[in-house]
Design a protein. Structure first.
Lengths: 113, 113
């Protein structure tokens, strides 16, 4: 069955530090990949997505992610984090033709000012 | 304002007492879905609906029912709640099955004692 793994459960950084959150998936066919963010007390919002083309995709608020097909990975990055990036981040995968979006376990990011 | 409205926001109940969590969207979306969010497990899909009178099971449908009699409403019904259904529930909707366009509700925190 299709699965998504986020290896970092809780990441704590200081402001201005660089961020990389890991995401690996198990499906071998065509995939659509997503990162969602959930700020404290709020609902999920789309951060960025990958469907095809350039494997380096840019999203909102300075986030980017790189799709590496050979590694089945879609890691999220940000060069310099801010206190306002404190949130929970979810990676999600939708395989081609499937009607189901599969989420990873989530990574809680805490940014200390 | 485009939105997905869930009610109630918080609910505490006892084992076996039937309850309904309502979900309503004002965007004329065909696709609606219910997720539960649990620590360390991320979001898991309970049920989804591609259109009126069309519903299907997600990954964790046991103990839940849904109905889609009208396009705007997609209630989640727990006929006999149990403590393992204590969770944070999210409703979401979109035009077609398009994760990048999903609108999420604000969530319902359910505690079953």
């Amino acid at each position: 069955a299709q699965s998504v793994s986020q290896h970092n459960h809780h990441v704590i950084l200081s402001e201005a530090a660089s961020l990389e959150l890991g995401c690996n998936y198990s499906y071998g066919g065509t995939v659509n990949l997503f990162w969602y963010v959930q700020y404290p007390g709020q609902h999920l919002q789309l951060l960025l997505k990958y469907f095809s083309g350039d494997p380096l995709v840019k999203g909102i608020k300075g986030f980017e992610a790189e799709f590496i097909k050979s590694k089945f990975s879609f890691n999220l990055r940000k060069p310099s984090v801010q206190w306002s990036d404190t949130a929970e981040y979810f990676c999600a995968v939708k395989s081609g033709g499937a009607q189901k979006l599969v989420f990873g376990q989530g990574t809680r990011l805490t940014i200390n000012p | 304002e485009a939105q997905v409205t869930q009610n109630p926001r918080y609910l505490i109940t006892v084992t076996g007492k039937k309850l309904t969590v309502t979900c309503s969207q004002n965007m004329n979306h065909e696709y609606m879905s219910w997720y539960r969010q649990d620590p360390g497990l991320g979001l898991r899909q309970i049920y989804y609906s591609m259109n009126v009178e069309v519903t299907d099971k997600g990954d964790v449908p046991e103990g839940y029912k849904v109905s889609r009699k009208e396009k705007r409403n997609f209630p989640l019904i727990l006929e006999s709640p149990s403590p393992n259904q204590t969770s944070l529930y999210f409703c979401a909707s979109s035009f077609g099955d398009r994760p990048e366009k999903l609108f999420f509700g604000s969530g319902t925190q359910l505690s079953v004692l």
